[in-house]
Design a protein around this ligand. Structure first.
Ligand code: HEM
Length: 211
């Protein structure tokens, strides 16, 4: 009996593991290898010259994702959050070097969904590869600087008043977003290969316990 209860609880835990993307992605980036749940990015190219992202960040406030021509805080930034009533927001912004970002006149980053749970915020969003906006960067096959920053305070929408991320809550990564023809990138087609393997083991164990 105890075995059955342990099995059911573990299975519920597995199924309720929210820190996996809502759909399948070709690419993923675990930003902190020693703390994999802190910040993760999943992305795939869509057919209509668009790109879709899903970001997971350990914050209850805003999370920013950006493209920069340099390893510095400048360029094309998207800032998203979920307010205390569960309303999702994403603002298309741009920054001059290390200055508070400004909201773009033309909003090209589009939010698909967002939610906050157990201290994490996840935002799904998309954009055209080339938005023809001077405040955005073109996403192509070149390696790009990806900027990430976050802060636990929810901003008010359309104010540009995001709290400063501080020295600890920001990082720059170098990454290709568009796969070359040789397919080189950190591919991760399965929703969560480890969970999938564990699930198979559970099914095998369950069939032994319940038969
Ligand atoms: C409230 C708005 C913001 C302010 C006032 C601000 C300000 C600054 C300042 C003063 C620095 C240099 C000192 C430091 O490293 O902390 C910096 C660096 C940085 N910021 Fe921001 N920032 C803001 C929003 C953002 C957003 C939305 C992102 C990402 C999407 C971002 C990404 C970064 C990154 C990655 C660095 C480090 C760059 C490097 O390695 O030199 N910032 N920011």
């Amino acid at each position: 009996m105890i075995l059955k209860i342990i099995f059911v609880l573990s299975f519920i835990g597995l199924v309720c593991n929210e820190n996996v993307p809502s759909e399948s992605y070709e690419n993923s980036l675990t930003v902190f290898e020693d703390d994999p749940d802190k910040l993760k990015l999943f992305w795939k190219q869509l057919e209509n010259n668009e790109i879709q992202f899903e970001i997971f960040c350990q914050t209850t406030g805003w999370v920013g994702f950006g493209l920069s021509p340099e390893k510095d805080m400048l360029g094309d930034l998207a800032i998203g959050w979920v307010d205390n009533n569960g309303n999702p927001f994403l603002e298309d912004t741009h920054a001059e070097r290390k200055k508070r970002p400004l909201i773009d006149i033309k909003q090209d980053w589009k939010i698909i969904s967002a939610r906050e749970y157990q201290g994490h915020t996840t935002i799904k969003f998309s954009r055209k590869l080339d938005t023809s906006d001077v405040d955005d960067m073109v996403i192509d096959e070149k390696t790009q600087f990806l900027l990430f920053a976050w802060n636990d305070v929810d901003p008010l929408p359309n104010t540009g008043n995001w709290s400063y991320h501080g020295r600890n809550n920001r990082i720059v990564k170098i990454q290709k977003l568009i796969n070359s023809d040789d397919g080189s990138n950190s591919a991760n087609g399965l929703r969560n290969p480890l969970s999938f393997t564990i699930l198979l083991v559970f099914i095998a164990v369950a069939s032994k316990i319940f038969n």
